[in-house]
Write a protein that binds this ligand. Sequence first.
Ligand code: KIV
Length: 255
Amino acid sequence: MTGLEKAQAIRQRKNGLRLATLTAYDYPTARLLDEAGVDLLLVGDSLGMVVLGFPDTTQVTMEHMLHHTAAVARAKTKAIVVADLPINSYDTPDIALANAQRLIEAGADAVKLEGGIRQAEKVRAITEARIPVCGHLGMLPQRVLEEGGYRKKGKTPEQSAALLEGANALIEAGVFAIVLESVVAETAAQLTKDIPVPTIGIGSGGATCDGEVAVVTDLLGSYPWFVPPFAQPEADLASSISQAVTAYRGRVQGS
Ligand code: KIV
């Protein structure tokens, strides 16, 4: 299947089987998640924190994204591979298109960028070049420094209306799905009812959206130094690694 066909299939899941989405940043993880049946693999710029050790996503570059997207793409997954356009890589429609093309050449099926109305022209430039785009509304991690922290969105009728306006602008520009991050549950559920493309929630309530996305290290318990309050770990890899290394050290050192 081409990237466009995969994106079309995701779009058709509106009101269907919910979309199971996880981030992936490397080849073995991408293979394992794909073999376990995940629908979307997101090469998220969250890799800045959970792989590269930065405090937030604002230092992630195109070079980082290309390197990790290529690694994930080598897994040749059935799941659609969506790569994040990092901060400052989509400042104008021309720059957005050029960088989206670089991510596609690195092996992504689609790209994702953050924001609503002010990004619509950039989304349109990319979709007109037949590159699928996923939107991202609500809390926008690339704006954490401007906003002075991570804040819940969709708390007031005005904020909810702004989210709907942003979603409609993105849909008009051709997105196949929209991530809703840290949106109040009732607002996320209403937005999901109101728009024709699938919503994929994170920190936006239980089953309020057409699917969920989780950062893979939150699911696997492999990044114990910061766990967001909404995370629901299904494993404790940090403890498993610690036990394995202690056993190995004992074997090597005879203690
Ligand atoms: O970068 C990322 O992992 C993301 C998800 C949190 C949606 O954008």
